[in-house]
Design a protein. Structure first.
Lengths: 471, 331
């Protein structure tokens, strides 16, 4: 009797602890997959689902899924052989951490993408394959140099972006005509060619109750891209382009103090920001992807679609002139050339080591970054500005290619010029930290009334605290 | 058979008990104690997150990390902001909880619908802190009702400006902590009060003690251990405050109060998960946090110890000694 009891209890205890351990182990392997993912959770990723090879994809944007769907629709033979599963879709800080952790482990994604803020970081990670290892074949001279140099480690090209992202100022043509008497983009560019003129235009618009920009962080990307030095040099010395940062803080404070912003706070990616796209805000510092992905779907008032969370979203049918501010936008270079973002594609060492996966990963990357024909189709469909110069040149001279959102302006012509001016030499892998530092410093100087010296000193203080070994 | 079982009864029970609790302790040992000890080791290194440095080629740097952390202005700020926000929330929390607990247990008042009120007061605790943080964030954003109020009384320049006062931020965080936890403290205190022998209250009312006197002289002293428990758990929770203030200081997207509501755990998280991903530095900060919490808890235990009982124990010891001495003398 006693022996039986003992055996039973022992088994029970063992089973309990085993299930606990199993739960922990299971957690580890599935931690990186999102709930909305798919049926791959918990299965070994080399296992085929059905008889297809699974290609695991990590991304920071919901665009990727759509792009892969389009790719598979155009290539049924690939779709028959491979199952592309987007198992992680997360935002910046979370995304960086999860990708970095997964790459170093056994659970690495096969294909993943990065934004400009951390593209350099990903290029240097253990577990990222070079493009040559993946067998992605491309002519280097046909791409904007900054974009390739950006993710080059020890002479190896680690990633390639399907879009170049030169920046621009998007402005409201109707307000310009009504309040400033400006009719063409050329005239507008003349009026906004430096920051003093920019302030003067803001003053003018203020009289008519139109805000120049949405919030106090609107100009940040533009200024940050124009630094004459990287924040951190190779020997981990702190460097600052003090004159430029001071100018940034001054211009921003001027706009805030004179009530020329829609909100005296950071608005980027917040509801207040999108609100201004519909009315009352004169200009946005946008770029290529921003044009079709951010401002176009958010400038309309009547939205007939619904997203997965039940929020209203614009459908293609809503994107017509007369709805919100659609069609009332123009695009110019503004006071300074700059760039913002891009989407770099990477394959992992794991994918490069497996011939079947390698083929699939290289296939997608080539489809969007190398193949002139498919890139042209993608550009025409999305309006995105692609990274391959020969494709850009072809579209630029295409008379039929006009952008209805911009009231018929051919934005390719504009971007092709702007892309040539881009310089990404001052980017470093710690830019994420400095973005936060500059944001905080802006709040301090513009809103809390801290002195300029304190605001500048704060940036270094914050960086020292966040970046070990910074001098 | 029956007699052997009887003989071995006591031993047997203990033995089974150990087996039953073993899984917890094993898991605790492997997943908690080992990493805990590792924290102390890492605090002496310049280690980075393992995915930044897969070979883990870190060096031992002695107490350099501690030196850096204690002179870092961000850590120093967090060091006073964290307990301050905790105290700002805890004083009203305990006050409210005591008052409500006293009312709910008072035989003379006999509050009706107690169950309903208890549920309502406890409710905020069920929601996640992030949800409540997001709710209050909506209140203080432009066009939120608190923001509108601040504009109306001209505390904020105009409707374009956010509320940026650091003290307002700390106040909001403290208020949320208070609001989330007073119900929970109340339930604990009610349990404590119900554990008091009712004959004490009867005796007091027969002797003509007022409600307040009963509360002061009977309830308060007798629920001291429960209050100590609340205080210590809340203190530890307070030092580890993270989720609520983090909602109000998420740097890149919506810096409302930014560094003004930064806490120690937020500091730890920031150095470990951004910039150079400095695990060593984060561990050093964690060890300091551990030391502070331990010292504060010990002080509380000492300050709130049962003085009468301690005195009685001392006296008993003394008497025993005297007795022993007397007996020794006699012999």
């Amino acid at each position: 009797m006693n022996t039986l009891k003992r055996v039973l209890t022992g088994t029970l205890a063992l089973a309990m602890s085993a299930s606990m351990l199993a739960a922990c182990g299971g957690d580890d392997s599935s931690a990186s997959s999102t709930p909305g993912g798919n049926n791959s959770t918990g299965t070994n990723d080399s296992t085929a689902s059905g008889d297809k090879t699974v290609i695991k994809v990590y991304t920071f944007t919901d665009e990727t899924q759509g792009m892969i769907n389009d790719y598979l629709a155009a290539n049924p033979d690939v779709a028959a052989k491979y199952d592309f599963q987007v198992t992680l879709e997360a935002k910046a800080a979370d995304y960086i951490q999860k990708v970095s952790a997964a790459l170093a482990g056994d659970d690495a994604p096969d294909l993943f993408v990065a934004d400009a803020d951390y593209a350099q970081l990903f290029a240097g990670l253990e577990g990222t394959a070079t493009l040559a290892e993946l067998g992605v074949d491309f002519d280097e001279n046909d791409y904007y140099a900054y974009m390739l140099d950006f993710t080059t480690v020890d002479g190896n090209r680690m990633a390639i972006s399907h879009q170049a992202a030169p920046g621009a100022v998007l402005y409201r043509t109707d307000y310009a005509e009504q309040y400033l008497g400006v009719k063409t983009p050329e005239e507008m560019q003349e009026k906004l060619s430096d920051w003093d003129k920019f302030k003067a235009v803001a003053d003018e618009l203020k009289k008519n109750d139109i805000a120049m920009v949405s919030g106090i962080d609107e100009l940040k990307r533009c200024f940050m891209a124009n630094r004459n030095t990287a924040w951190v040099d190779a020997d981990m010395n702190y460097q600052i382009d003090e004159a430029l940062i001071k100018q940034y803080l001054e211009v921003t404070k001027y706009l805030a103090d004179n009530d020329e912003v829609a909100y005296a706070q950071n608005t980027q990616w917040n509801p207040e920001w999108y609100e201004g796209m519909k009315e009352k805000v004169f200009c946005y510092f946008g770029c290529t992807w921003y044009l079709h992905y951010t401002i176009k779907p958010n400038c309309v008032v009547n939205m007939s679609g619904k997203d997965a969370d039940g929020n209203k979203v614009a459908t293609d049918a809503d994107l017509v002139e007369g709805n919100g501010s659609f069609g009332k936008w123009g695009m110019i270079q503004g006071p300074m050339p700059y760039f913002w973002g891009g989407t770099w594609w990477y394959g992992s060492d794991k994918a490069a080591a497996d011939p079947a996966k390698k083929e699939a990963v290289a296939g997608v990357i080539e489809y969007y970054t190398c193949n002139a024909e498919t890139m042209t189709a993608y550009a025409k469909k999305s309006g995105d500005f692609v990274s391959k110069k020969s494709v850009v040149d072809a579209i630029k001279s295409d008379e039929a290619f006009k952008n209805p959102f911009l009231g018929g302006q051919n934005h390719y012509e504009f971007f092709a010029q702007a892309a040539a001016n881009v310089n990404a030499k001052t980017m470093s892998k710690y830019d994420d930290t400095f973005n936060t530092a500059v944001n905080d410093a802006t709040t301090k100087y513009v809103l809390e009334g801290a002195s300029m010296d304190d605001a500048i000193a704060y940036i270094k203080e914050y960086a020292m605290s966040n970046i070990e070994g910074l001098k | 058979m029956a007699s052997t079982a009887k003989k071995r009864g006591k031993l047997e029970k203990n033995h089974w008990g150990y087996i039953f609790i073993a899984p917890f302790f094993l898991t605790y040992l492997i997943f908690q104690v080992v990493p805990l000890i590792d924290t102390f080791r890492y605090a002496l290194t310049d280690a980075k997150a393992w995915y930044m440095d897969p070979e883990q080629a870190y060096n031992f740097v002695g107490i350099d990390q501690f030196k850096f952390v204690v002179q870092d202005q961000f850590f120093k700020d967090a060091l006073w902001q964290t307990p301050l926000m905790w105290i700002m929330g805890f004083i009203p929390q305990l006050g409210f909880a005591l008052l409500l607990a006293a009312w709910f247990t008072n035989e003379k008042i006999r509050v009706k619908g107690q169950g309903f009120f208890k549920v309502v007061f406890y409710m905020p605790n069920i929601m996640t802190a992030a949800t409540i943080g997001a709710l209050f964030l909506a209140f203080i954003r432009p066009n939120g009702f608190i923001h509108n109020f601040c504009v109306a009384i001209e505390y904020v320049k105009n409707e374009k400006y956010p509320i940026i006062s650091p003290w307002f931020g700390r106040g909001i965080v403290a208020f949320i902590n208070f609001w989330m936890w007073y119900g929970q403290t109340m339930i604990v205190l009610i349990a404590g009060i119900l554990g008091i022998n009712p004959s004490f209250f009867e005796a007091a009312s027969i002797d003509g003690a007022s409600g307040f006197q009963t509360f002061r002289k009977i309830t308060l002293p007798l629920i001291r251990p429960i209050m100590l428990y609340s205080l210590v758990t809340s203190l530890i929770g307070g030092f580890q405050m993270f989720d609520v203030p983090n909602m109000f200081a998420v740097g890149d997207t919506h810096a409302v109060f930014g560094p003004a509501v930064s806490t120690i755990v937020m500091y730890i998280k920031r150095v470990a998960y951004s910039g150079t991903f400095s695990v060593g530095r984060a561990c050093a900060a964690s060890v300091i946090l551990f030391a502070i919490t331990a010292v504060c808890s010990l002080i509380l235990f000492w300050a709130m110890r049962d003085r009468d009982a301690a005195k009685a124990a001392k006296a008993a010891k003394k008497r025993a000694k005297e007795l022993a001495a007397m007996e020794g003398g006699n012999i």
